[in-house]
Design a protein around this ligand. Structure first.
Ligand code: NDP
Length: 442
């Protein structure tokens, strides 16, 4: 059977682009289809633009500390300059992605791809056949089906608001909710952060989540827990979120209530591709779906929803398909950072996870004020926690809440992945004066 392509990738996000260009580098004939800008969630409407907004927000703390360091600064913030500069940067990155594909010899099929049969994808009506097909369509925001859901925005729109609101209500207690709460709060918006549970950041270490929640409150965010928004209504002044008897008013309502696999419209049944109950494409150890020559990588099929995971899955898949690769992604000790304010960097097990798997766990914690804030009126504290298996001395988890937590955790993650022991950690000489040195002296 002769096909148009060796590999056709649906979705030009982080995982899809990596798979496409590496496969083309191995001499395969490759096409990638994309209905939107090339770059996907991470580059166009996720990690990258969000991080630019986080940088903008961090200036608030810098201005607060500036005076102590002898700087007398008059500051004025302009949201539209930030958004237009952010858009230019995203366009620049989009251009880089397009060049990467072009230089690798990948054909870009601009349009929405949908299966016609197991080897054929229609892109805006044109049919293309391929020996292997990769689904890399990522995820989309999931908004619960409540009255007034059409009045709320998601993270997609939050990155492109025409003007900065005076007040915002953010629903959710995960990554996106706390990241945007930190951004808007620092930029002077009154923020209500509404969470249905008792403590934000479910799944993170309990002490870490509690410390972060306290820090968010101290930074000025109004954290409203045990509250489920059941309707959103437009009023003369803005919007009101109804939660039982409670009404929370604001100009804008942002729902950050999780994400779902982006498979609508792909016509997966025509290709015999099975999904899980939550819509994710069901894949095996080889990233293969129920139709063996159709694969999936990234948010459309995994629960980690992290760009580097999608990239690793895509890269190793095409290595195995086209270059005799033998390696598979490893999902233990994946480091992650919540770009809230303060930032949360974490790698490995939480204390609760460690205790449920090991009989003897010892935890080491430290709370201190980072040196750079010592002379200022910024009272933010840093919290660090090590989770150690007492029997083997292995460090099972490192958690940091505080400035630069992500930068710290990336380095420590390398050691954790290699089976770092507490003794090895303590044999390492610290770098003075840093916050990170605390981790080797606990
Ligand atoms: P998360 O799964 O992190 O959080 C979703 C939040 O919404 C939870 O607090 C959840 O509550 C709550 N929620 C879910 N459904 C409802 C509902 N019907 N009503 C009220 N609240 C609800 O999702 P996000 O959207 O924040 O992010 C999605 C994923 O994207 C993350 O898990 C992460 O993997 C990735 N991501 C990574 C980032 C990074 O690396 N910095 C940044 C942003 C996203 P409960 O806890 O009770 O379930």
């Amino acid at each position: 059977m002769k096909y148009d392509y060796d590999l056709l990738v649906i979705g030009a996000g982080s995982g899809g682009v990596r798979a496409a260009r590496i496969a083309a580098g191995y001499g395969q004939k490759v096409a990638i289809c994309e209905a939107d800008q090339v770059g996907g969630t991470c580059v166009i409407r996720g990690c990258v633009p969000k991080k630019l907004l986080v940088y903008a927000a961090q200036y608030k703390k810098m201005f607060s500390t500036a005076k102590a360091y002898g700087w007398n600064i008059q500051s004025q913030f302009d949201w539209s300059s930030l958004i237009s500069n952010k858009d230019q940067e995203i366009d620049r990155l989009n251009g880089i992605y397009l060049n990467l594909l072009d230089n690798a010899g990948v054909e870009l099929l601009q349009g929405f791809g949908a299966f016609v049969d197991p080897h054929t994808v229609a892109v805006d009506g044109d049919h293309h056949t391929a020996r292997h097909i990769l689904i890399a369509t990522g995820g989309i925001p999931a908004v619960p089906n409540i009255p007034g859901r059409d009045q709320v925005i998601t993270s997609n729109e939050a990155l492109n608001l025409a003007k900065l609101p005076e007040t915002i209500t953010i629903n959710g207690g995960g990554y996106i909710a706390v990241e945007f709460a930190g951004i808007f709060n620092a930029l002077g918006v009154e923020v209500n952060l509404v969470y249905r549970g008792q403590q934000l950041l479910r799944g993170f270490d309990d002490e870490v989540a509690a410390f972060a929640q306290q820090a968010f409150t101290e930074a000025g965010i109004r954290v409203i827990t045990n509250t489920e928004i059941d309707a959103v209504e437009k009023t003369a002044r803005g919007l009101i979120c109804h939660a039982g008897e409670t009404g929370i008013e604001s100009d804008v309502v942002l729902f950050a209530t999780g994400r779902q696999a982006n498979t609508a419209g792909l016509n997966l049944q025509a290709a015999g591709v099975d999904c899980q109950a939550n819509g994710q494409v069901l894949v095996n150890h080889d990233q293969a779906s129920s139709t063996p020559h159709i694969y999936a990588v990234g948010d459309v099929c995994n629960n980690d929803n992290l760009t580097p995971v999608a990239i690793k899955e895509g890269h190793l898949l095409v290595n195995r398909l086209f270059n005799d690769g033998k390696e598979y992604p490893e999902y233990d000790f994946i480091p992650t950072t919540v770009f809230s304010q303060p930032e949360i960097g974490t790698c490995g097990l939480t204390e609760a996870e460690a205790r449920s798997n090991h009989a003897h766990i010892e935890c080491f914690t430290s709370t201190f004020r980072a040196m750079k804030y010592a002379m200022s009126d910024v009272h933010e504290k840093t919290f660090m926690k090590l989770v150690v298996n007492q029997q083997t001395d292995q460090v099972l988890g490192i958690h940091v809440v505080g400035a630069d937590a992500g930068e710290m955790i990336q380095g420590f993650a390398v050691a954790l992945k290699q089976g770092l022991s507490k003794t090895q950690l303590n044999k390492t000489i610290g770098i003075h004066p840093t916050s990170a040195e605390e981790l080797v002296t606990m």
